[in-house]
Design a protein around this ligand. Sequence first.
Ligand code: PBG
Length: 322
Amino acid sequence: MFPTHRPRRLRNNALLRDLVRETQLSRDDLVYPLFVHEQGGAPVPIPAMPGQMRHSIPSLLDIVRETAARGVKAVLLFGIPDHKDEAGSGAYAEDGIVQRAVRAIKEAQIPVQIITDVCMCEYTSHGHCGAIVKGDVANDPSLDLICRTALSQAQAGSDIIAPSDMMDGRVAAIRRTLDEHGFSHLPIMSYAAKYASAFYGPFREAAGSAPQFGDRRSYQMDPANAREAVKEVLIDIEEGADIVMVKPALAYLDIIRDVKQATRVPVAAYNVSGEYAMIEFAAKAGVVDRERIIKETLTSIKRAGADLILTYHALDAAAWLA
Ligand code: PBG
């Protein structure tokens, strides 16, 4: 009898397809990244990321409340300071914008996990992710700034510390700093395999964090390397990372898969600003079905192996998901 195999039998109707579906995307998987600046008042739209805003602290509280109400469990906070300086001092100021935002969310008792991004690039006048020595980003001197930033976020009430700077040894240094100051319970989610990617373009416009000279290729990874991603991830786990992240997501689904297979910790994937912008502008142009393409995209990231997905589509997706 030809053909012997009829895979179409299991695609016959929607109920049957539900029964055999391999990957279930859930709102439990999602993390919503948010931008907070020092100005008051209404949120300011980010032109490169239609639908996303720079928030004041009051408008941040509104959107975080809505995020929690939609069943999303975590937000990731990025601060946009009014003043930048050579040392990025706004990143670790006690009354820095992220520190104030974290305190405000905690005071409002919104049931959400607050993840704070630890990096210098939004706070330095040169826009690099660490300290500049002789025209280059110096690794070890940057660790002190990064640890001060992580500690001040912990003191403000952050629930998860997420270093995104890609300096060597920063997970161990942050872990030690947190432990010495009574924060041994705080998890670290490291941006472990973070590539030097053009997909961050819209974010840099949103955060005003583009490097003023050179680029980030001496610290972020070469997009051509896959085995090195596993090496980076294993080093971070060794140093104490509780969750490891691959970033960006879509052009790196193979890396998400490799990392998932090589580890036993939760794997996060960052569906970054450029990936978001491509969908939004294509949808605006009427060339793709926005809802279907967002669901398909997020499902592909989950299918590749991500346990957590950081996405600017978190609110929409949560509304569509079970
Ligand atoms: C900070 C940081 C960046 C992103 C997250 N943390 C920018 C960069 O490395 O240039 C990018 C996020 C996105 O594009 O959505 N280092």
